[in-house]
Design a protein. Structure first.
Ligand SMILES: O=C(O)CCC(=O)C(=O)O
Length: 197
């Protein structure tokens, strides 16, 4: 099923759910859990250093360097599984990607704070394609102060779904994955296009 949601300010969400067949999504989750070199990065927030409450990895074409929250990520080469998945994400979304940020939420205690994928190296109005494997988590979008009358939008992402965020979503909306008691392991893959490093 494909659900399309227009966001105020010109953003667009396109959710393909289901997208990957469930057996394939489960097999990919366990391959990535076992084979990716996961790190718990230390980031700088409001002048203080914290460990991120999740594990992550960065993969991409040579030269796709990504900087956020005081981190500079050098790309690991594509694994065969993720190179193949990139092609399928590109076929569904119609957009080329050269990199992917992997986030591993080991349990409902792991989380992602509210932010926009709006780093300069992603260019103006980036398209972000987000594949979610494993347990479902609430994915919440909150409007920025430019849209004071808008209510948050909440989706449930997991099990092999594909969410494409496009238009001005990263300009007028911030997104996050709050802690969620009882949630199982989940890996999220956000495919991106670095246009300048
Ligand atoms: O885990 C998710 O669904 C969100 C990941 C995310 O916000 C990001 O990679 O920027």
């Amino acid at each position: 099923m494909v659900r399309v949601e227009q966001l105020a300010g010109g953003g667009l969400l396109t959710l393909h759910d289901p997208w990957l067949p469930s057996a394939e999504a489960e097999a990919l989750l366990s391959t990535l859990q076992d084979t990716v070199v996961w790190k718990q990065e230390k980031i700088r927030l409001f002048g203080r250093e914290h460990f991120q409450p999740r594990l992550s990895a960065w993969m991409g074409d040579p030269g796709t360097i990504y900087r956020y929250s005081g981190l500079t990520l050098q790309p690991a080469p594509w694994t065969p599984a993720l190179a193949g998945l990139r092609e399928r994400v590109e076929a569904t979304s119609g957009v080329p990607f050269n990199s992917v940020l992997l986030n591993y939420y080991r349990s409902g205690d792991d989380a992602m704070g509210f932010h926009a994928d709006a780093e300069p190296e992603l260019g103006q109005n980036p398209v972000i394609a987000s594949v979610s494997l494993g347990g479902h988590r609430r994915f919440v979008l909150k409007p920025t102060r430019d849209l004071p009358d808008e209510a948050p939008v909440t989706l449930s992402l997991g099990g092999g779904s594909l969410l494409v965020m496009s238009g001005t979503t990263q300009h007028f909306w911030r997104h996050g994955v709050p802690r969620q008691a009882g949630a199982g392991p989940r890996i999220n893959l956000t495919f991106r296009r670095i246009v300048a490093s």
